[in-house]
Design a binder for this molecule. Sequence first.
Ligand SMILES: C[S@@+](CC[C@H](N)C(=O)[O-])C[C@H]1O[C@@H](n2cnc3c(N)ncnc32)[C@H](O)[C@@H]1O
Length: 189
Amino acid sequence: MSGIRSQFDARTSKWGISDIFNYHRGADDDFSAHMDLCSNLCVSKDVVEFGFRWGQSTAAFLITANSVVSYDINPCMQPREIFEEAAAVDGLKWEFREGDSLKAGPADCDILFIDTDHTADQIYAELNIHHVGVREGGLIIMHDTQTFGQMKGSINKFMDENQQWGVLDHFTNCHGLTVLHRGPSTQNL
Ligand SMILES: C[S@@+](CC[C@H](N)C(=O)[O-])C[C@H]1O[C@@H](n2cnc3c(N)ncnc32)[C@H](O)[C@@H]1O
């Protein structure tokens, strides 16, 4: 069982999104160091994420976004219960969809976040399917791009074939986080 689930089960009052955010941000877990950046990038935006699990990224987006749709191939019942409570407490627009990123249609959003199984073929296919759904001025954010080095080759191939997209930022800490925008690359991956 995840640490957050034990804390949630021991709560003495209902949790809002700040309780989830603060738990994950303080947990020194594999996404904690990216949470502030993601929150800042998503203020009032519509976010679609692929890869929910225990919702570290979800909490980072949901605390500032207008709406978040979270996809996962697994039902994720225990973490969903935590987010459903927070969504009700804070009146948040959050929806969970059980589904495969490769079978879902292009996601209409300002921010597309990808954090699934990190293989070269998977990220290449996900980028190709979903980049068209990202609105003008929007971003694609991918986690684990440093630890799973094979993702970089696929992201570069995608950008070669879709030259409107370039690297806005790449962070090497906390397994890596890469941000693409419609514009020139500011650095190489
Ligand atoms: C690294 S975890 C996501 C972590 C999450 N973003 C967070 O910050 O807590 C990867 C998740 O992707 C899901 N996943 C793997 N392949 C997928 C696919 N093809 N479509 C949707 N979800 C997938 C897994 O079930 C798993 O929950």
